[in-house]
Structure formats: C-alpha cells, structure tokens
Design a protein around this ligand. Structure first.
Ligand SMILES: O=C(O)CCC(=O)C(=O)O
Ligand SMILES: [Mn+2]
Length: 153
C-alpha cells in the first residue's frame, strides 16, 4: 500500500518495480523507522542496509496469494517481515508452486524471516483472524524489509 526506504515497490499499468520516489507525489519515500531497521540488523544477519520497506495494509477480509519474493538482485539477503495489529494465518511452502504448505499464526509484534533455503519459499496470507487484537480496528499492517540491489563487495 505504501513504502519507506530508499526504494519502494510500486505497481501500475506498466507492471511492478522498485523505484526511489512515490509515483503520485514524486517525493522520496520516508525513512525506514529505526525499530524496523534494528529488526533488520539484528534478525537478518546481513551486512548491508535494507533498501525497501513495503507497508501492506490488510482489512479483515484481505488475503495475499502464495508467491515468491524474487524481484530483488541478491537472494543472499533475507526478507524480514514484521506483523502489527490483527493476527493472520500465514502459509509457507517450498520453492515450487503447488507443494505442501504449513500454516502458522502471526500475531502483532511477530517477526518472520525468509532466508537461506527459505529465501525463495512460496508464502502468503490465508486470512486475517477477526477479534485477535485491539489494535488497528481489526486490520493488519505488515512491514516487509528487503535488500533490493546487490551490494558491491
Ligand atoms: O503480510 C505478510 O505477512 C506477507 C507480505 C508479503 O509476503 C509481501 O509483501 O511480499
Ligand atoms: Mn512476499
């Protein structure tokens, strides 16, 4: 729904891409909040900064289909995902579409890392759990932190 960080994930008629400015305002995205940067540093164990922090907003009815995060250049970098507000049922499978998945509940404050062999795992949000949190009026926010470009080593 929106982004912070050096690069934001946008979609329009031309497709999907990362870009440094908000498509409507032309402004740079706001900085990634310090607590989210700290989660990236401490959980990600990756020696370069996160460049993108996608902010997904889920109404109680919203879902996200199974997909891989593979529009980044460096799969050595993990994806760090932070959940806020309503809990959800998160599904995670292997690296091929259609394989078995496991379901886990993500609550407010939970962090999930897709890294190593799981970096390209298929994943998605099966549903938001109603009545699970007093925060955000039954809605859920997810922050997804990613390294987009390959660092020059
Ligand atoms: O909302 C979530 O927990 C997952 C979000 C996600 O997979 C994505 O934005 O690529
Ligand atoms: Mn994803």
């Amino acid at each position: 729904m929106t982004n912070c960080g050096a690069l934001g994930w946008v979609s329009d008629r031309r497709g999907y891409r990362y870009q440094p400015r908000h498509p409507a305002t032309g402004e740079p995205w706001p900085e990634i909040p310090p607590l989210a940067r700290r989660a990236w540093r401490e959980l990600g164990a990756y020696p370069h900064a996160a460049e993108a922090c996608l902010v997904n907003f889920y109404t109680p009815q919203a879902r996200m289909g199974l997909h891989q995060d593979r529009d980044e250049e460096d799969f050595e970098a993990p994806v760090v995902s932070l959940s806020l507000g309503a809990s959800c049922i998160f599904r995670c499978g292997g690296t091929t579409r259609g394989g078995p998945t496991l379901s886990l509940e993500l609550g407010s404050g939970d962090a999930l890392l897709l890294g190593g062999r799981a970096r390209l795992a298929y994943h998605g949000v099966a549903r938001v759990i109603q009545g699970s949190s007093a925060l955000l009026n039954g809605n859920r926010i997810n922050l997804t932190l990613r390294r987009v470009t390959k660092p020059s080593r």
